[in-house]
Design a protein. Structure first.
Length: 95
């Protein structure tokens, strides 16, 4: 039996790049359709965004990593450091 995994990734976007980042997120949603059972992005205050992704199991996580890293490299110039990194992320199994 596979156990779903939820991943949350927080970004802080440069103020001048907000519209481009949102457009890129919409492209990533299309790419991630093949891996994700659910994909949502919410906007917080201060140009911060959180991607919330549900993946079917660990295999889906592994399969999605290359596309996700290519996407992240493509938006890196739009991001401000957050807690010393490009993102703050956490993932876990549904209990």
């Amino acid at each position: 039996m596979s156990v779903p995994i939820w991943s949350n990734v927080k970004f802080k976007v440069k103020q001048t790049c907000e519209e481009d980042f949102i457009a890129s997120v919409k492209e990533m949603e299309k790419i991630d359709e093949q891996y994700a059972a659910s994909f949502r992005t919410i906007q917080l205050e201060d140009n911060q965004f959180v991607m919330i992704v549900e993946l079917a199991d660990m295999d889906a996580v592994i399969e999605s990593q290359v596309d996700a890293l290519i996407w992240l490299d493509g938006v890196s110039e739009m991001l401000e450091p957050i807690e010393g990194s490009r993102t703050v992320s956490m993932s876990g199994f549904v209990v």
